[in-house]
Ligand binder design. Structure first.
Ligand code: G3H
Ligand code: 13P
Ligand code: ZN
Length: 331
């Protein structure tokens, strides 16, 4: 069931974070649904819903143009039929104004992200407000970004600028946006930290307090949150890869961040690492093989397992049935 992102935020705020996972192809999509339904767990128990979670599918501009945006839409609609128990939202990741309008007008997306974080504060407010007005007319939820994460984002390599708490409150009030991505130490990609840096919980605490003064229980979003597990990086490197010094966010920081209002946590890079390791190992070990379905059959359950693990770290695992009841009750 496709739901609005707002319904998921309401259920999760202050308790756990919803995983927002980027997808680009069919195998990722199938692994994602199976993982969020707790399928393909090592000791799968069909009556055990401790592993099932609500989730957000994210589609980047790059994903929309990799093949054609209509393929993604068609695949997601089909997944909704094949996995009727799933509860999820469909979100545009890092949109421009033009792409946001395309998604809003399509009637398919639950939410869009307008990313004008590279603009001056006043201009970011102006652009975000325009998108919010148009989105809200059609019941579409909007995420914006204030501050700069650093790392590679779509085709832009950015420098870091942590979100200012007072500006965050002003931004939320003036734009009417539904959630806000904040820069608190994370960055996009597989090379996030060179030492033992972590999240700036002091800044996050101040952002939550300031924003809640203007809008209580306002959901914050953390981009660049892949953990870049050493185990997957080692598997890639042992199978011919060259990902020296890759590192990510400590997964143990997700849950404390959720308690401070981070309600959506974005994960893309980790999914790519799982894909890369599985495919490299497959072709290293079986050089005579050339059927694309053979590594795909290994990737889908591996990705599902990874999603199950991720949801456990986010705290969203085991909340699917509770969210279903909340959504039914609100009808
Ligand atoms: O924040 C960016 C996301 O990881 C999307 O990446 O533009 O390469 O699809 P992409
Ligand atoms: P990662 O690169 O850490 O997976 O971040 C993804 C993201 O923020 C997508 O918007
Ligand atoms: Zn991002």
């Amino acid at each position: 069931m496709i739901v609005t992102t707002k319904e998921l935020f309401k259920a999760a705020y202050g308790k756990y974070a919803i995983g927002a996972y980027n997808i680009n192809n069919l195998e990722q999509l199938v692994g994602l649904f199976r993982g969020n339904l707790g399928k393909f767990a090592k000791n799968e128990d069909p009556n055990d819903d401790a592993k099932s979670a609500p989730f957000i599918i994210q589609i980047s501009r790059g994903a929309r143009t990799y093949t054609d945006k209509n393929f993604l839409e068609g695949m997601i609609r089909t997944a909704d039929k094949v996995f009727p128990e799933a509860i999820f939202a469909v979100h545009l990741d890092h949109g421009t104004e033009e792409v946001c309008y395309d998604c809003i007008d399509s009637g398919f997306y639950s939410s869009v992200m307008i990313d004008a974080s590279h603009e001056e504060f006043a201009k970011n407010i102006e652009i975000t407000k325009r998108v919010v007005d148009r989105a809200h007319e059609k019941g579409v939820v909007v995420e914006a970004e204030l501050g700069q994460l650093g790392g590679v984002e779509e085709d832009v390599v950015g420098s870091v600028k942590l979100t200012d708490p007072a500006q965050a409150a002003e931004f939320v009030e003036k734009t009417g946006v539904d959630s806000l991505a904040v820069a608190i130490g994370t960055s996009h990609g597989a090379f996030k930290f060179s030492g033992n840096q972590g999240l700036h919980f002091d800044v996050l605490e101040k952002i939550q307090a300031a924003v809640n003064e203007v809008k209580p229980n306002f959901p914050l979003v953390m981009h660049g949150s892949s953990s870049v597990p050493a185990e997957w990086v080692a598997r890639i490197n042992n199978a011919g890869g060259a990902m020296k010094n890759a590192s990510g966010v400590d997964e143990k920081q997700y849950f404390p961040a959720a308690k401070l209002g981070v309600t959506k946590i974005n994960i893309d890079t980790d999914g790519r690492l799982v894909w890369c390791a599985i495919h490299r190992e497959f072709f290293r070990d079986q050089p005579e093989k050339f059927d694309l379905r053979d590594p795909g059959k290994l990737f889908m359950p591996a990705y599902a397992e990874y999603i199950i693990h991720k949801n456990e770290m986010l705290g969203s695992a085991g909340h699917l049935e509770e969210v279903r009841k909340l959504i039914e009750a609100a009808k």
